[in-house]
Design a protein around this ligand. Structure first.
Ligand code: FMN
Length: 278
């Protein structure tokens, strides 16, 4: 039986819906609804012309005030690739992906332009960091969607930020340039799976932000997700501190993950890179 967009939305959220019930599951909307992160790749190399086209697609993302505050470092040097992969042995896909990119927020060109055009820059504040971070995120996601549209698979790697000083030195990032994430790219070796999202009743608000029944909705989501894919006991985090849970859902996993400080030195790094963060 042919699928409709509603089937794909149901799959994405694990909830029944009539949205898209009349629309055949095909074209870009169907692809986006089925998109997924890929962490295993075949040995097939990516054609250089295609890869450069994907870079151009990524850089076609919209940009705050047309400031274009994203940069991409394509890491092809095998020694540099090996170093980066060696820092993060828990993610072997970093070593195996045919291509690795590092997406950066880049405030340095605006600073340079201000200098070149002899203009003051009384904007040394958090907003500048945020603008560049958003631009870089949009470029990464636009690259990813373009890559997925031609059958490639990607995996962002924020874990590179756990080695941010070493990475910045390795890639010779100048001041006001900071990595937001790496991106592994290659032809998928496996089909992968659609990761279930929080219900739109928690993430989409109409005319006002609705905080009603949030705890219940999170509980229900945990259960729906667990029914499709339960996290094995050996993958439970922080069992020394919190024990082995009988029911280990998404919220248990995420709260255990964030029960320890994550990259507490990031502000110091940004300040060292020139950001005032006032
Ligand atoms: C900014 C960002 C950083 C991420 N960092 C990592 C990472 O370090 N390692 C990894 O395996 N996946 C990473 N991911 C992938 C997420 O785990 C994945 O997107 C999420 O589980 C949802 O799955 P889906 O993309 O298949 O829907 C990252 C994703 C984003 C957007």
């Amino acid at each position: 039986m042919s699928q409709h967009i509603s089937d794909l939305i149901e799959d994405r959220f694990g909830l029944s819906t009539t949205v898209g019930a009349q629309v055949p599951a095909e074209g870009p909307l169907a692809s986006i609804l089925q998109r997924r992160t890929h962490r295993q790749y075949t040995d097939q190399l990516i054609d250089d012309d295609l890869f450069d086209t994907l870079l151009a697609c990524g850089l076609s993302a919209s940009s705050k005030s047309d400031l274009q505050q994203a940069s991409i470092v394509v890491v092809d040097d095998p020694d540099k690739r090996a170093l980066i992969a060696g820092w993060i042995p828990s993610m072997p896909w970093l070593a195996k992906a045919p291509r690795l990119l590092i997406f950066c927020g880049d405030h340095s060109r605006l600073r340079l332009a201000s200098e070149l055009r002899a203009k003051p820059f009384p904007n040394d504040n958090v907003d500048q960091f945020m603008n560049a971070a958003i631009d870089a995120g949009l470029v990464m996601q636009t690259f990813t969607l373009a890559a997925e549209s031609v059958g490639l698979g990607c995996c962002p790697i924020s874990e590179v930020r756990s080695h941010i000083d070493a990475l910045s030195e390795l890639l010779e990032l100048p001041d006001w340039v900071f990595p937001i994430a790496g991106l592994c790219v290659g032809y998928p070796a496996r089909e992968g799976f659609v990761s279930m999202r929080l219900p739109p009743s928690l993430t989409v608000h109409r005319d006002r932000y609705d905080v009603s029944r949030r705890a219940e909705k999170i509980d229900d989501y945990d259960k729906r997700r667990d029914q499709r894919f339960s996290i094995p006991e050996k993958a439970q985090k922080e069992t020394d501190r919190f024990g082995v849970a009988d029911f280990y859902g998404w919220s248990e996993d995420k709260t255990r993950q964030y029960s320890t400080p994550q990259r507490p030195d990031f502000l110091a790094y940004l300040k060292a890179r020139g950001f005032g963060m006032a």
